[in-house]
Design a protein around this ligand. Structure first.
Ligand code: ADP
Ligand code: MG
Length: 259
């Protein structure tokens, strides 16, 4: 009778995980193998864990990551300049709590996006929120929301997640208006929320990316004030995998003229 009454109460209160583990722990308690306090403690923490897991699953979806890969899946031996020690430090997530930024620089295929995603996954598992978009998507979003008059609301929304990931800065150049709003986003998040950014361009080349040295300097000033830069210099992992599979013919690429 009392068990049914309790199950009903847990259902009304929407404590579904407590409901699921209740019978097991109630039996332990009645046998005397756990105390009443332990019993209550176990039930409450089971519910908290389940709620946290559910929130993390939702936050992972909302983050719009291009793929889910963890830092454990990263081969640091293959890519020593990715700086395993500093990534381990970042994995502790102090940078998120302090609203600091992380910038991954390097050529294509060296693992910039993987590491950015890995940090985001770690943060989400620990109760933070993240939002991922490519610079290209951000440029399109800026242009669209300027046209529809929603740009200021959009900038505010991009300020919300604990981590904003802007991937592949540098592939597409920006016009002056877009650079201005890019600066606004970085500036609004400054000391309030982390930015993780990846780029194939060194800082010296950012003037070209933003079409304007003054804006590029202002962006770098905010971005780098509290930040870690990981400069990856190494071979592409994609190329390594293809070489291993035996269907990568470098001569094909060498014969292609790039000018
Ligand atoms: P980038 O963003 O620098 O162009 P990515 O992070 O997209 O490179 O990496 C390309 C692919 O290779 C991804 O599937 C990524 O998971 C994988 N990869 C890159 N570097 C490593 C590494 N050191 N260990 C394991 N996988 C890697
Ligand atoms: Mg990438």
């Amino acid at each position: 009778m009392i068990h049914e009454h309790l199950h009903q109460a847990l259902e009304i209160l929407d404590l579904s995980h407590m409901n699921a583990v209740y019978d097991h722990h109630a039996e332990e308690a009645s046998k005397g193998s756990i105390s009443y306090l332990e019993f209550l403690d176990k039930l409450l923490w089971a519910e908290i864990e389940a709620k946290r897991e559910r929130a993390a699953r939702t936050n992972l979806k909302l983050a719009k990551l291009p793929y889910v890969k963890t830092l454990d899946q990263f081969d640091f031996e293959f890519q020593p300049s990715a700086n395993a020690r500093r990534i381990q430090e970042l994995k502790q997530l102090g940078f998120v709590a302090r609203a600091e930024n992380v910038i991954f620089l390097g050529p294509p295929g060296v693992g910039k996006t993987h590491l950015a995603v890995g940090l985001a996954v770690e943060a989400i598992r620990n109760g933070h929120t993240a939002y991922f978009l490519s610079a290209h998507e951000l440029i399109t979003m800026i242009k669209e929301t300027i046209a529809s008059g929603r740009i200021h609301r959009k900038i505010k929304a991009l300020c919300k997640p604990s981590i904003l990931i802007i991937d592949e800065v540098g592939y597409a150049a920006m016009d002056e208006e877009t650079s201005h709003y890019f600066f606004q986003i970085i500036s609004n998040r400054y000391e309030k929320g982390s930015v993780i950014l990846t780029s194939n361009k060194s800082y010296g080349e950012w003037g070209d990316v933003f079409g304007n040295n003054v804006v590029a300097t202002a962006i770098l000033d905010r971005l780098l004030h509290h930040s870690t830069t990981i400069n990856i210099k190494g071979d592409s992992y994609r190329v390594k995998e293809k070489k291993k599979a035996g269907f990568y013919d470098v001569s094909k690429f060498e014969s292609v003229s790039t000018d």
